[in-house]
Design a protein around this ligand. Structure first.
Ligand code: AFP
Length: 323
């Protein structure tokens, strides 16, 4: 039985600083998992009564999870600063720290109150300005610079997926010992799939190539793709990406014209980039329909981006239709 701590420290998968940051995040994940297990009894349901920088209503658990991660990472000397979906600007920590941590503390907030899967997504970047206090600009690095990325999915069991740029490992949290135990060391996504995830209620706002792609999947055996497809939608990206890492599939939150200020719903730095690295490391692809997600030059820590990721045959088809 290999625990996360053994994996991080004894198998030389990564540097001590990155291992320490991941360990801090994983420990907070145990706390969030316990709160979710108690649900309404832990007073975590309902609205917090504030809006975040994106103008979205914050749930109580968004705020609690954000505070837990912020406090724990700020107290870890390896961390130079953090950026979060729930914080307007980057928060400086130790100016001599080696890494920057970005996170979506609680992905899939609309699932909290209905006892469905939610998650925590994180991305770790090198800090290139040691000795100075971090600013937002320090975080504006492409996804290719990520030293590690991963998520914790809080479902019927709590699981953690992580990459250090050399494959994807998956762990399951043992609630008896509070240890994450390795269950799969080389996660691979099949190139072909017959499952897709999209919120189809936005169909009329999509660009014609995305409408054509989904039309093809719905046509199934009778259309150009020649096989039947099935839809799955968790409404938490963590849940959909977890399913794709487990059994393949394609997930997309594409460009849409619903709100001109939001060219896609998902955030590049703490949602799309960390998931794109996991997906690529498991043999899949991640694109905004034209460019690889990991090559997009960020201009803002909260910028949004269209996302198509998962099994390579499907992602290639979407790219071909958009070319
Ligand atoms: P939050 O970041 O507000 O929790 O939203 C979750 C999310 O960005 C992503 O995880 C889901 O795939 C997507 O929203 C669900 O969006 P819809 O509510 O439009 O289906």
């Amino acid at each position: 039985m290999i625990t996360l701590n053994t994996y991080l420290n004894e198998k030389n998968h990564t540097s001590p600083a990155i291992a320490s940051a991941v360990s801090t995040i994983a420990n907070v994940g145990v706390e969030i998992s316990k709160l979710l297990q108690r649900g309404a009894l832990a007073d975590i349901h309902g609205e917090a009564g504030n809006q975040n920088v994106q103008g979205e209503e914050q749930k109580k658990l968004d705020v609690i999870s954000n505070d837990l991660l912020l406090d724990a990472l700020s107290a870890n000397s390896v961390c130079a600063g953090v950026a979060s979906e729930e914080l307007d600007d980057a928060t400086p920590a130790n100016p001599n720290g080696e890494v920057l941590v970005l996170f979506d503390p609680l992905d899939g907030s609309s699932n909290i109150d209905i006892n469905m899967s939610v998650g925590t997504i994180f991305s770790i970047l090198p800090y290139q300005n040691q000795g100075s206090e971090v600013t937002n600009n320090d975080f504006l690095q492409t996804g290719r610079n990520q030293l590690a990325s991963g998520y914790i999915v809080y479902g019927p069991s709590t699981m953690l997926a992580i990459t250090f740029g050399n494959g994807v490992a998956m762990f399951s949290l043992d609630p008896a010992s509070n240890e994450y135990v390795l269950i799969e060391e080389a996660v691979k996504i099949s190139a072909a799939t017959n499952e897709y995830a999209i919120n189809a209620s936005n169909y009329r706002h999509w660009l014609p190539p995305m409408q054509q792609y989904i039309d093809e999947l719905i046509a199934g055996k009778d259309g150009v793709r020649g096989k039947n497809y099935n839809t799955r939608w968790v409404a938490a990206m963590v849940g959909d990406v977890h399913r794709i890492l487990c059994r393949g599939g394609v997930f997309t939150y594409p460009f849409d014209t619903k709100d001109p200020k939001k060219p896609g719903k998902l955030r590049l730095m703490y949602e799309a980039n960390p998931m794109a690295l996991l997906i690529e490391q498991a043999g899949g692809l991640a694109t905004d329909a034209v460019n690889n997600i990991l090559d997009i030059e960020p201009t803002d820590i909260h910028q949004r981006v269209p996302v198509v990721l998962g099994s390579s045959e499907e992602v290639e088809r979407v790219k071909a239709l958009h070319a």
